[in-house]
Design a protein. Structure first.
Length: 366
């Protein structure tokens, strides 16, 4: 669905919550410079900031003229916006101060965008490897939004993730090289044994994520892929991950069951995707708006019906199950799967071997 055919809802908050509205304040934080602090208790799904960029990298005409192009764009801004830009932290003092402010504070305007932007308030939000908020570019409103994805207590720092995924050594290296600081967030500061356990889980998460995205596995071994989705979700829950990795996992599970004709489960996964995307990016998220039709009609999605071995209809979603039984149904845990050429005992034996192989791969990765 093309963005131009979508319209923002009338009740979407497009004004930027400011410190004067008692949601958050910008304060000095020891060892971090400035940061954003919650002024009240905040619930998940709360819009914290919505703002247009001060400057984008679209103004740069060539690498050779970067500093001159940025200076020209800066002079065109109102005085208070100029001051806001120049007051942002520069991790790379010296030559080319304007481009280095961009480098230190810029956000891509969308996950695949080559254009970056700098924001008066969002660029003040510091990093955590377990953030309590998520940012997203909204191309319908031309603003960057920040939503709380976890409960945030009054006085707690609001954080975003500058880099998602991987063990602590990888994260620290990327953050040091790309942003010029040593990460001391709550995850990176765990006691050695706990940090090692977290790293082990995150390494396995990367392995699982790569296998879940393998088209051949989705086609020939959908049950295994769905089990991997459940295992990955468990890791995300244990690690407190609520960024785009979570919605991507919901979308992957949607595609697995939808490809095999299971519209009932596909409808549930589409709904969970939409609920989480609304919480993290708002009701005017283009991803949410594009996914909503598939809650009621998964068969309209491109992934539908390459096979019909799991065929169900949307009306087949059970309505009389308790939470535990519903989850068993959703993950197809009580469904018998026919595997050509393999006895049931051999299937279980293979699953046990696969589980041991994950541990072997994980040990090699560390």
């Amino acid at each position: 669905m093309a963005p131009s055919r979508l319209s923002p809802s009338n009740d979407t908050p497009t004004d930027c919550p400011t410190p004067g509205k008692s949601i958050w304040t910008i304060e000095s934080i020891s060892g971090k410079g400035k940061g954003v602090i919650a002024a009240i208790d905040i619930k998940p799904g709360k819009l914290l900031i919505s703002e247009a960029p001060l400057i984008t990298t679209e103004c740069i005409t060539s690498i050779e003229t970067t500093e001159r192009d940025l200076a020209h764009a800066l002079r065109a801004l109102p005085k208070d916006s100029q001051r806001a830009f120049l007051s942002l932290h520069n991790n790379y003092p010296g030559k080319n101060p304007l481009s280095n402010i961009i480098r230190s504070n810029g956000y891509p305007l969308g996950p695949a965008s080559e254009v970056g932007g700098v924001f008066a308030n969002i660029s003040r939000v510091n990093h955590s490897c377990r953030p309590n908020a998520v940012h997203a570019w909204n191309p319908l409103l031309n603003v960057e939004t920040v939503y709380a994805v976890r409960s945030i207590r009054q006085g707690e720092e609001i954080t975003l993730s500058y880099h998602a995924g991987g063990p602590s050594t990888t994260r620290k290296e990327i953050l040091k090289e790309g942003f010029g600081f040593d990460c001391t967030c709550e995850i990176c500061s765990l006691p050695p044994a706990e940090l090692e356990a977290s790293d082990s889980r995150l390494i396995r998460a990367q392995i699982l994520d790569s296998t879940i995205g393998d088209p051949e596995s989705v086609w020939y071994s959908p049950g295994k892929v769905l089990r991997n989705c459940k295992t990955l979700l468990g890791i995300y829950e244990e690690e407190g991950i609520r960024d785009d990795r979570l919605t991507r996992l919901y979308f992957d599970a949607f595609q697995v069951v939808n490809m095999h004709g299971d519209q009932a489960r596909a409808s549930v996964w589409a709904r969970r995707y939409c609920e989480e995307k609304k919480r993290s990016a708002g009701r005017d998220s283009i991803d949410l708006l594009e996914m909503m039709p598939f809650v009621k009609n998964p068969s309209k999605h491109d992934s539908f019906g390459s096979a019909n071995d799991w065929e169900t209809g949307v009306k087949d979603v059970p309505k009389d199950l308790d939470k535990e039984a519903f989850e068993e149904w959703l993950w197809r845990e009580k469904v018998q799967t026919v595997v050509v050429g393999l006895s049931l005992d051999l299937c279980w034996e293979r699953m046990a071997l696969e589980d041991r192989s994950w541990k072997s791969i994980e040990s090699r990765a560390t």
